[in-house]
Design a protein around this ligand. Structure first.
Ligand code: ACO
Length: 185
């Protein structure tokens, strides 16, 4: 099994594998091209977003700066808006539904490193996908850790660290995030 296959399968993989470094160089190029687009040139931004993401729906807008590892593992639905400083570490899939709003300084991470320092220092990673449903508002400074699934019709309060799956129709907040209340239609 290649390191890339291990990465996608949730197995420990070598971070500094040569094939990864090569791919990452290509994505770094795209990222820096996006960063260099003048802020008022929305058409060019839109085109570059489409080049960067794995798939996308209609009306996708991402305020720069935007950081990611690969981009190709990020899939967003229609009417997606992300505010400044979104960081998506997409060593595994990040699947986002329709009508999703993301506040500033949000981190969506799919990768962990070993808790044990000796193992961590060998340069290992393990990654799990993150799923975000439809009609979700993620407040500023939220962190979503690897393997989390967020349901439909969810609000994540500013500053939350989401470590467990979130059901449909709730507001969650805090560190670690817990349900604050239900959302009635
Ligand atoms: C796309 C963009 O750019 S988004 C712009 C960026 N904006 C933001 O990030 C703002 C995000 N907004 C919040 O976090 C708000 O506090 C909201 C939306 C969660 C408030 O929701 P409301 O339904 O009005 O909740 P309300 O203010 O009544 O608070 C309910 C409870 O949750 C608590 N609470 C509210 N916000 C948070 C929070 N961020 N973290 C933890 N607890 C919170 C309140 O203290 C209250 O607790 P209590 O019942 O013990 O008193």
């Amino acid at each position: 099994m290649t390191e890339f296959e291990k990465m996608k399968n949730g197995e420990w993989f070598e971070l500094f594998d040569e094939a990864f470094s090569k791919r990452k160089q290509e994505y770094k190029k795209l990222r820096s091209e996006f960063a260099e687009i003048p802020l008022l040139n929305e058409d060019e931004q839109q085109n570059k977003i489409k080049e960067m993401l794995g798939s996308y729906g209609e009306h996708v807008y991402i305020q720069p700066p935007f950081a990611f590892d690969y981009g190709q593992n990020i899939h967003v639905g229609s009417r997606f808006y992300a505010n400044y400083n979104l960081t998506v570490l997409d060593t595994n899939d990040v699947i986002i539904g329709n009508n999703v709003l993301i506040g500033p300084d949000v981190g969506i991470y799919t990768i962990n490193h070993p808790i044990n320092a000796k193992a961590r220092n060998k340069g290992l990673g393990q990654s799990f996908p993150v799923h975000i449903g439809n009609d979700v508002w993620i407040g500023g400074h939220v962190t979503i850790v690897p393997g989390v699934n967020i349901g439909n019709n969810v609000v994540i309060a500013a500053g939350a660290v989401v470590t467990k799956n979130v059901p449909d129709n709730v507001v969650v907040g805090g560190v670690p995030a817990n349900i604050i209340k239900s959302i009635e239609d």
